[in-house]
Design a protein around this ligand. Sequence first.
Ligand code: SF4
Length: 374
Amino acid sequence: MASRVGRHTLPQRRALLELVRGSCENRPGTYRMLAEAGRVLYVGKSRALRTRLLSYFRAKGRRNKSAKILRHTFTIEWQYAPNEFGALLDELRLIKQHRPHFNSAMVSDEWPRAYVALTAGSVPGLRVVRRTDDARASDLWGPFRRVSHLSDAVHALAEIAAVRDCTLEESNGANAARPLWFADAAPPRGPRRLRTPGCLRAEIGSCPGPCIGTGNAAQYTHSVKLVRDFLNARTNEPLLRARERMRIASEALEFERAAVWRDRAELLEWLWLRVTRFHASMDRLSFVYRTGDSSENGRAYIIRRGTVRAELPLPSTAEQETALQAMSQRIFHEADPRGGDVPMHDLDEFYLVASWFRRRPDELLRTSQPTVAP
Ligand code: SF4
């Protein structure tokens, strides 16, 4: 794609350099590198914007990442942030807004990771997806590093909970996707294929078979809730079921079947351990974080379950402190409209906040706990 983006000329490059030298200050903030037509190619952040931007002009070599980005840049825009944490939050929001090509290209170079997703629609299915912006996902959990292990665990979860994990897309009006429906519901209009070549799950009873119009809608809703509750660390029922089936098979001397359920139970145990850890760390990330001093750069961030719910200037008077306390009380005391889940659009922010405090444990000294646990 980069080869299709135009390159600037030498005079244009000099003009960009003069722009940065002449007007950019060495303060925290974010910057956007724009292509000729104004499309955002790259979003970055820095504690010292001027130094960071000038470093692009010293970068050399065809393969050098900074040099490559700069070659295609026709405009540079930036905005200041009160501090580095604020710049990080701004960077994340800008990347989500613009989805710049060079940011995406760099993410794909990172360690392999994947997420568990529940697809949208009236017959949600379990999937393993590679990105938080996967269009098919309506709920997301992760990331997980062992992608193939995760796929096996998700398949085991789908089997035990009787939820589909196929790649069939639901019918959406005029599109050509396959209709999915249950025996107790009216079949959707449009072209229908009544069998599902290649999928044995309906045959062996581990999926109610909405692809062939069998099963019960209410029971499926219950199954999807079980999956959701497991991934939200509210119940380990699927794991207990797998162990129970292993025990029954073993007592019936059906050792092959017992081994299959033992393997599934181990996969579910692996997944359960990770989701419970994830939710425990989310609960720990609830506090008021004060950064900077009481000058214009100071900020108080009210963070609940790993996402920033409010940002205020750092109080410098008793009245402002009272207002901050009142807002924190309200945010931490009121029922969380999101329930126990992190909405998928907040997942990246949760990981950003978690990573900030993991890498800078001293910053936790600047936090204060809410008076009532969320
Ligand atoms: S039985 Fe049908 S709906 Fe269920 S997983 Fe297989 S193809 Fe999908």
